[in-house]
Design a protein around this ligand. Structure first.
Ligand SMILES: Cc1ncc(COP(=O)(O)O)c(C=O)c1O
Length: 378
């Protein structure tokens, strides 16, 4: 597969900034910013904003998400955050007294708190699964998936250290015992392929401000067929049947717009955000997700090799995702690593005992040299 040449020219990242923090927040590409700005100007002339504009932009963004996720637009709801999508999942999955909900140890809080609340309501428990370094996350999870598990709520790569979770295996194990699978793909969708038809999640959510390269406050929720008649967490006018007819909105109706649209967030028809999503998704589709993954894997491999030469530790390649590299000090991590690197124009995140390095296509070899020099000076 051909790799993607450096795309720095499409971003406004200055030459003296080495930004390795896409897992924190991606920079908007220039073309995404242009789309957002152009649409924001629409609200200076609201008389030009037609009733059909409440639907057109929304459906374009839905299709754009579907193109990146590799599914049909009808099965996607527009959400403002991962936590919103996870709240929909939690509302719609049955949990019986004494049943268990499995999450990963040190999982991102948006995919933990909601399950704690749900378990407390239902008289169930939340279990954080740990794994030994000799054992994969999937093996550890499968070892705990039994008849009394109601939900497995996991990502496909760990947000803190980039370690991989094989969801094909986890999905199959869930189906064997009738447990639901909820996936938080915020740290992977856009950066690595996921085969939704094979994993068969009940719900899959992704906030779009990281690897989907879209504005903050955007995201998508995939909803499996068996939940498309489920209960939304808010009831806004536009998700109901017939809402296209503004003159008849108070003919209150019980039916919803088709597919997963009943779960769309309120005030979804926000053109700057929606067209930002479309521009970002078009860019990702132009690159191709498999090529993005292969190119980022090349970058993290090169960085891994160079930092190991400096005495830092990284995961074996087979255990890590292509786009996220966890770099650990041989001993304890000294204080103030993040700010010290930032002083040298190098941006990473410190998560637990490791530095999380998250490159994207705007990074160039000079960025890698700057990172290695800065790490050397630590
Ligand atoms: C795995 C994961 N999920 C979700 C989020 C964001 O959550 P929310 O959209 O609820 O703010 C993050 C942010 O770092 C994340 O790493």
């Amino acid at each position: 597969m051909s790799l993607i040449p450096c795309q720095r020219h499409r971003f406004s990242v200055p030459a003296d900034i080495a930004y390795f923090n896409c897992a924190y927040m991606s920079p908007l590409a220039n073309e995404v910013l242009a789309a957002v700005s152009e649409e924001a100007a629409l609200k200076t002339v609201p008389w030009n904003y037609r009733p059909e504009d409440f639907f057109i932009h929304v459906e374009r963004a839905r299709s754009a998400f579907a193109d990146v996720a590799g599914c049909n637009a009808d099965v996607i709801a527009l959400v403002p955050s991962a936590s919103y999508g996870l709240a929909i999942a939690a509302r719609n999955l049955p949990i019986g007294k004494g049943q268990r909900i499995l999450v990963l140890a040190e999982q991102f809080p948006s995919n933990v708190y909601v399950w704690r609340e749900r378990a407390a309501e239902a008289g169930g428990t939340v279990e954080a699964v740990t794994h030994e370094s000799s054992e994969s996350w999937a093996a550890a999870l499968i070892g705990r998936i039994a008849d009394d598990v109601a939900v497995v709520a996991v990502p496909n790569c760990h947000w803190a250290d980039g370690s991989m979770i094989d969801l094909n295996l986890v999905g199959a194990a869930c189906r064997r015992v009738g447990a639901a699978l909820v996936v938080d793909a915020t740290q992977s969708l856009g950066a690595m392929p996921i085969d939704i038809a094979r994993v068969q999640p009940d719900f899959l959510v992704a906030a779009a401000y990281k690897w989907l390269m879209a504005p903050y406050g955007t995201g998508m929720l995939y909803v499996a067929p068996q939940h498309r008649e489920g209960a939304p967490i808010e009831h806004n006018w536009i998700n109901r049947g017939g809402s296209e007819n503004f003159a008849r909105l108070v003919d209150y109706r019980d039916d919803f717009q088709p597919g997963a649209r009943r779960f769309d967030m309120g005030e979804k028809a926000n053109p700057p955000l929606l067209m930002g999503v479309v521009a970002a998704a078009n860019m990702l589709v132009e690159w191709g997700i498999e090529r993005v993954a292969a190119t980022l894997e090349g970058a993290t491999d090169r960085i891994a090799m160079r930092v190991r030469d400096l005495g830092f530790e990284t995961f074996a390649k087979s255990d890590r995702s292509p786009h996220l590299l966890s770099v650990r000090f041989p001993g304890a991590m000294p204080d103030g690593v993040g700010p010290q690197l930032a002083e040298k124009g190098v941006y990473i995140s410190v998560r637990g005992q490791s530095m999380r390095i998250a490159p994207h296509l705007y990074n160039n070899e000079a960025d890698v040299d700057r990172l290695v020099d800065a790490l050397t000076s630590l």
